[in-house]
Design a protein around this ligand. Structure first.
Ligand SMILES: Cc1cc2nc3c(=O)[nH]c(=O)nc-3n(C[C@H](O)[C@H](O)[C@H](O)COP(=O)(O)OP(=O)(O)OC[C@H]3O[C@@H](n4cnc5c(N)ncnc54)[C@H](O)[C@@H]3O)c2cc1C
Length: 398
């Protein structure tokens, strides 16, 4: 089949990889002029790690990634007041855990694609017309094309979802937080392989020292710290962060000063996408477009890869009967994703607790995570992926 995929982040290239292996004719469409670089760091483990292994990507991912040693929570003076060694994660995942820039993971997956996968950068699908035996796609720039299927892998704010299923507002569930991330060159102090984080009620600022004298900063804050609606440019994002974190203590004044020279800031609502179906006719959604779990799950990339792998595998198994494949894809993945969304939403209050008492309790729990039964109780359930991902018969060729 001819299959077009809108979005070359994580789910898009993973889906392209497997569809191409199964002999389909794949077109990837990405609105950015090239693969996105820089950006935030993600934790990577679980079912996504297993899929990456089937694709032969683990050595590359480990080389590009960071083997974090410690999550360190600090007070307003920078003194440690909580946190844990990442031995906890390593024990629970049998060492199958790494942290990597989202863009490096995306590039690693994209780099594994066969040469016959066509990619159009700097473009987007703008219209989907149902025809008797397929779909006619229109693009922002490229001439129209006919395909058998189209898949939206275009993230939280998916264009394909909007075209085929209706407005984002019908599916987006905001979790009450905003998130901002940016990189600064030459920031000091540095703490290699340590994720350092400081919370005051409703707000959390963190930093992670990366290679190339780069530091990633991540700010998460409750919606009430957003003064007047969603900022529409980098200057407005800076003003919001300045307003929300100027009095937050720790290194915040210094970080906010360093932010003034930054030209690119990731800024968004922390939301989930909750849908009761991910397919409609010849259109399917995958990854954040279908079931964004939000950063609070710490697993969106792995889940996006798993969905892509299963969608491709079911299409392969159903030998062209896409309606059956779509139904099996939803049956297999939807209950699992709904459970992950529920856990992530429950975790929201621990991420940036509303009160001082909440922060104190959270910090205490993190100190106790070195005790295995405590760790199993508080994070074990969320770290486990209770799903059987089939082997569709083409695994492990790398
Ligand atoms: C701050 C932050 C921290 C996170 N931390 C983690 C973590 O620790 N672990 C983890 O696993 N996950 C984490 N996540 C979630 C993770 O990043 C996502 O779940 C994952 O990237 C989803 O992959 P995707 O391919 O579905 O979407 P994306 O990675 O968002 O990719 C979508 C792609 O589609 C493109 N696109 C968008 N619109 C269009 C259009 N109209 N036309 C064409 N192309 C388009 C985009 O440019 C992008 O390349 C985090 C997210 C955030 C925001």
């Amino acid at each position: 089949m001819k299959i077009a995929i809108n979005g070359a982040g994580i789910a898009g290239p993973t889906l392209a990889y497997w569809l191409n292996k199964y002999g389909h004719d794949v077109l990837l469409v990405e609105q950015a002029p090239e693969l996105r670089r820089g950006g935030y760091v993600i934790d990577f483990w679980g079912v996504g790690y297993d899929i990456a292994e089937k694709m032969g990507l683990i050595p590359n991912i480990k080389e590009l990634g960071y083997q974090l040693k410690e999550v360190r929570l600090v007070d307003q003076n920078g003194r440690k007041n909580g946190g844990f060694s990442t031995d906890v994660f390593n024990r629970m995942t049998n060492g199958r855990f790494t942290s990597i820039r989202r863009s490096d993971l995306s590039a690693a997956i994209y780099g594994a694609l066969g040469e016959d996968v066509e990619t159009i950068f700097g473009d987007s699908i703008t219209n989907i017309e149902d025809e008797e035996h397929g779909l006619q796609l229109s693009f922002e720039h490229a001439p129209p094309r006919e395909v058998d299927l189209v898949v939206g892998a275009d993230g939280l704010h998916s264009r394909i979802r909007q075209l085929a299923f209706g407005p984002e507002a019908d599916y987006e569930v905001p979790l009450g937080y905003h998130v901002a991330a940016f990189n600064v060159q030459g920031y000091e102090p540095r703490d290699e392989l340590v994720y350092v984080s400081h919370a005051i009620p409703g707000r959390q600022a963190s930093r992670f020292s990366m290679r190339g004298d780069n530091t990633l900063f991540l700010f998460v804050f409750r919606d009430e710290y957003l003064p007047d609606g969603h900022p529409s440019n980098v200057q407005e994002c800076k003003a919001v962060l300045q307003h929300a974190f100027a009095d937050a203590g720790w290194e915040c004044p210094q970080i906010l000063a360093a932010m003034q020279d930054v030209s690119d800031i990731y800024f968004d609502r922390v939301s989930q996408i909750r849908m009761d179906c991910w397919t409609k006719g010849r259109v399917a959604l995958v990854g954040d477009a279908a079931a964004c779990v939000s950063l609070l799950a710490g697993e969106g990339t792995g889940l996006a890869m798993a969905e892509a792998y299963v969608l491709a595998g079911e299409l392969h198994t159903a030998s062209g009967d896409f309606a059956t494949a779509f139904a099996r894809y939803e049956e297999r993945m939807m209950p699992f994703l709904k459970q992950k969304q529920k856990s992530a939403a429950n975790f929201a209050s621990s991420f940036a607790p509303k009160t001082k008492a909440g922060i104190t309790f959270r910090n205490l729990v993190t100190k106790l995570l070195r005790i295995p039964p405590v760790a199993d109780f508080f994070v074990g359930r969320d770290l486990r992926d209770d799903i059987d991902i089939p082997n569709y018969g083409m695994a492990a060729e790398g």
